[in-house]
Design a protein around this ligand. Structure first.
Ligand code: AHG
Ligand code: MN
Ligand code: MN
Length: 342
């Protein structure tokens, strides 16, 4: 018998307001930044959905600061976020994966107290093959004097984030974020152009089902990493083997593990001795969100959110997911596991 559960429609705007009301000295500025991100997400989702038709496929041809060929959608997403956010009077600066330097707020606009860091399009190598891609964002409060952000404002450890989240452009478009009061998921209803609350209070399963790793780099890993992967695959140490799922879009891999449980690993390797993923706008925001959902995130030696950044585009090794698997990674990578090196 169908339960007649009253399900009230909660838009992201309403949810943000209700969250703001629970914070005594809230000014509404952070709420405004989150609204603006939701708006930018709708515009990017619209383009991603049409990517195959609107001649937006394929590379833009130029290289970005990471030395990666920019896909047209990277450029569109980057410009969409900057234009949606630069005039709101809530930010004092931005930093993007696609921009070498920090992005100042134009003089004609007022500055606010928040700094936004973002990966406008994550997994962009997957655009042309219709595999989910995403946007990742992280927000910190300005700490330096003066009105405009300085580099120092962006080089804060992840533990100082006030909000973080991602949008995944997949079979549906979802926005998942945290302000430190749990993790909440909103699904875009394209027929009304609204993000509706679909996954309140997301909790990551304590034990994992999935291992997400690109083991084509196996020969370039050190012995503790090799031992960790063998243990996660159940080849040694007697653990139940995890199913391997690797999309190649960080957002898609983390999103699946957030619901199914598991661990995503991007170890350092001889090609990328500091790892490939960027601390400020990939590892930190996802670490904040996963910890809020009950999981963990380390760089192999320490908690990701305790790493003190020294550069805007700094890379880190990343092990993120269910507490059980991340705790194992922490032990094995610190050489505390009797199986290392076998
Ligand atoms: P981006 O498209 O923003 O550069 O990110 C790509 C990243 C991340 O999404 C993914 O987990 C990783 O690159 C995949 O790297 P490999 O192809 O080396 O596995
Ligand atoms: Mn990325
Ligand atoms: Mn990117």
């Amino acid at each position: 018998m169908l339960q007649n559960k009253a399900t009230s429609v909660v838009t992201i705007e309403r949810f943000i307001i209700e969250e703001e009301r629970q914070v005594p000295d809230a000014t509404g500025e952070l709420s405004g930044v989150l609204y603006d991100i939701a708006l930018a997400a709708k515009m990017i989702a619209n383009k991603v959905r049409m990517a195959g038709l609107a001649d937006i496929l394929g590379s833009h041809g130029e290289e970005n600061v990471q030395g990666e060929v920019q896909q047209k959608l990277d450029v569109f997403a980057n410009e969409t976020i900057i234009k949606a956010m630069d005039h709101s009077g809530r930010l004092c600066g931005m930093a993007s994966e696609e921009e070498a330097e920090i992005i100042p707020i134009p003089d004609k606009f007022r500055c606010g107290k928040y700094c936004l860091m973002f990966d406008p399009l994550d997994g962009s190598s997957n655009i042309d093959v219709n595999v989910p891609v995403g946007t990742i964002f992280s927000i910190v409060a300005k700490t330096s004097n003066g009105t405009n952000a300085t580099l120092e404002d962006f080089l804060q450890p992840g533990a100082r984030q006030v909000a973080a989240g991602y949008i995944i452009y997949g079979s549906s478009t979802m926005l998942v974020y945290t302000t430190g009061r749990g993790v909440h998921g909103f699904t875009l209803d394209p027929s009304i152009g609204e993000f509706l609350l679909s996954h309140p209070d997301i909790r990551m399963p304590a034990a994992g089902r999935y291992l997400s790793v690109n083991d084509s780099y196996e020969q370039q890993w050190d012995a503790p990493v090799k031992s960790l992967m063998r243990q996660l695959r159940g080849l040694e140490g007697g653990r139940k083997p995890l199913s391997v799922r690797y999309v190649g879009s960080l957002v898609a891999d983390v999103h699946r593990n957030l619901f199914g449980g598991g661990i995503f690993c991007y170890p350092a390797n001889t090609k990328s001795p500091k790892g490939k993923l960027r601390l400020l706008y990939e590892a930190n925001p996802l670490a904040f969100l996963v910890e809020q959902a009950g999981g963990g995130a380390i760089d192999g030696k320490k908690r990701i959110m305790d790493v003190v950044p020294t550069e805007l585009h700094q890379r880190v090794p990343l092990y993120i997911g269910s507490k059980d698997a991340v705790d194992l990674a922490s032990r094995v990578l610190a050489g505390k596991s009797e199986l290392v090196g076998t």
